[in-house]
Design a protein around this ligand. Structure first.
Ligand code: PEP
Ligand code: MG
Length: 540
């Protein structure tokens, strides 16, 4: 019988296929009966899990690689498996010992007062299952048939990356949030995904249709649903082809207003096969990927090489590189404070850079040197008060002066700020910045008091709700009054459904993931700004 479930659209697209529910790998295992061989079995499983993760890291970029590196670091710490080895020595079989030890560890993380540790529990679940799968011989991802509709409660990024998506397929999560890492990965790879279906995983079996534009899952679809799918599949294929063609054209509204389309990247490898002509520059380089190396923080030379490569790729177009935005949803183990009660409201972004001037100065020097090779702009995250900008500016000036004194070629790049803290949005006129870029992801969560990583409150953080549109309009006014360049680099900028509302507030520059450029340009072309009622429109 056909059953329909509604969730949240997390990555657009449609798919038809067999559901493949992913549960923890608990295939039966024959115990050896000897403590030494049980310990050896666990050692081999730990080794195999580490090898899996390293293989995945080589195929991953940016945030995904960083998460995997974190898991490798956990696995390489002998403390993690110590209780399991003790239990084996006391006569327990390897898989039970491991499962029990990890349950205890996970419970410790989940009960922590510290949000950071609670969030890390997902990594521990993932490690638990990966090692267990090796112990029981039930490799988790290898079993997923090509093109399947993968169903899970939530999915760790490493498990997503371990699945072969080359034949398509889709992801449906009974829990999960649209701003989670796995949702971000699905979007960047064009895999349709729906989250928050709120159904028991046991109900998800058989053939299914996924309409990730509308956030629908139809299990055992009847003839009418299948006929609708055939129509949607044709429309989807046409839309993809049109988006690919539109990506190469400039973005102009139906009334002739040019819109700047910039790229957001989290790793320079994302630029490998991209023609710079699809964009007007890079609106956001998230530099956190450089700081997840287990061997320590990156030095000036390492950073300079990467920033220079990105600047040269852009062939003279502006490249906005954001200084380290560690903390909140982007913790860096060993660097971000570990004991904050709410890391989203703590020492993150620029606050952390100012608390660690050694790290900040190194990054600014690398950026000033890279500015010799292209149009580099430096952007500060999480700015709250003008004095933070002034302090950052004085540090940048001092480092540029020191480089000049040492005869090292460098340029004082322009210095701008993200507008992502409500205080900065409300008092935007107070900031003496060279440019502004609205971070709608953080701004929405702070305005709505709804965590960006909490699926249950995701609807409240809608970037097009009146409070947000009023703020955008206000920031547009502040920027225009002082002729400050303004862009928007939150996820709302790449969403065809929100673009009309953003342009109506007066925004004229949007920055987004490269895969979204074509669709965004098509959305822009369909908008006639003259049709927006005067009361809702920014006067042009
Ligand atoms: C934002 O907050 O909107 C933003 C672009 O930055 P991030 O998502 O990296 O916090
Ligand atoms: Mg942000």
């Amino acid at each position: 019988m056909e059953k329909r479930f509604a969730g949240r659209p997390a990555s657009p697209g449609i798919a038809l296929g067999a559901l493949f529910p992913l549960t923890i790998g608990t295939g039966a295992r024959v115990a050896s009966g000897a403590a030494e061989s049980e310990a050896e079995a666990l050692r081999s499983a730990l080794y195999a899990a580490r090898a899996d993760l390293k293989g995945l890291i080589e195929r991953s970029t940016g945030d995904a690689a960083a998460i995997l590196e974190f898991q490798v670091a956990l696995l390489e710490d002998d403390v993690l498996a110590e209780p399991a080895f003790s239990a084996i020595a006391a006569g327990r079989v390897a898989d039970h010992a491991w499962l029990h030890a990890m349950q205890q560890e996970i419970a410790g993380y989940e009960l922590s007062d510290d949000e950071y540790f609670r969030a890390r529990a997902a990594d521990l679940y993932d490690l638990r299952d990966r090692v267990l799968a090796h112990l029981t011989g039930s490799a988790i991802e290898a079993a997923v048939p090509p093109g399947a509709i993968v169903a899970a409660v939530d999915l760790a990024p490493s498990r997503f990356l371990g699945i072969d998506w080359s034949c398509g397929g889709a992801l449906v999560l009974t829990a999960g949030s649209t701003t989670s890492h796995v949702a971000m990965l699905a979007r960047s790879r064009g895999i349709p995904a729906v989250t928050g279906l709120g159904v028991d995983l046991a109900e998800l079996s058989g053939q299914a249709l996924v309409d990730a534009h509308r956030g629908m899952l139809i299990v055992n679809p009847g003839p009418a649903a299948r006929a609708q799918f055939d129509c949607d599949a044709k429309a989807d294929a046409i839309a993809r082809a049109l988006a690919a063609a539109a990506a190469m054209r400039p973005a102009v509204t139906a009334d002739g207003t040019p819109i700047r389309i910039m790229l957001n990247i989290s790793d320079p490898r994302e630029l490998a096969d991209l023609d710079p002509a699809i964009c007007d520059g890079i609106g956001l380089v998230r530099t956190e990927f450089l700081f997840h190396d287990r061997h320590g923080l990156p030095d000036e030379e390492q950073q300079y090489a990467v920033y220079r490569r990105i600047a040269e790729w852009a062939q003279g177009r502006p490249v906005t590189i954001r200084t380290l935005d560690a903390g909140g949803d982007k913790p860096i183990p060993g660097f971000t404070p570990a004991a904050e009660s709410n890391p989203f409201l703590g020492v993150r972004g620029l606050r952390l850079s100012l608390a660690r001037p050694d790290v900040f100065r190194t990054q600014l020097r690398a950026l000033a040197r890279a500015a010799m090779h292209g149009h580099v702009k430096i952007m500060l995250p999480m700015v709250t008060q003008p004095r933070e900008l002034a302090l950052a500016r004085s540090i940048l000036d001092a480092e540029v002066g020191a480089l000049a004194a040492a005869g090292i070629p460098a340029r004082r790049a322009s210095l701008g700020i993200m507008i992502e803290v409500p205080a900065a949005a409300i008092a935007a006129d107070q900031f003496d910045a060279d440019f502004f870029s609205v971070g709608s992801n953080d701004l929405a969560q702070y305005v709505a008091a709804a965590g960006r990583d909490i699926g249950a409150v995701a609807d409240l953080a809608d970037p097009t709700q009146p409070a947000m549109l009023r703020l955008f309009r206000h920031v547009v006014g502040a920027a225009r009054a002082r002729d400050i360049d303004l862009s928007l680099c939150g996820d709302a900028g790449g969403d065809s459904r929100t673009i009309p509302a953003l342009l109506a507030t007066g925004l004229r520059s949007l920055s987004m993931a490269p895969a979204l450029v074509g669709g965004a340009k098509r959305a822009v072309a369909a908008i006639d700004l003259r049709s927006i009622p005067e009361s809702e429109r920014w006067p042009t």
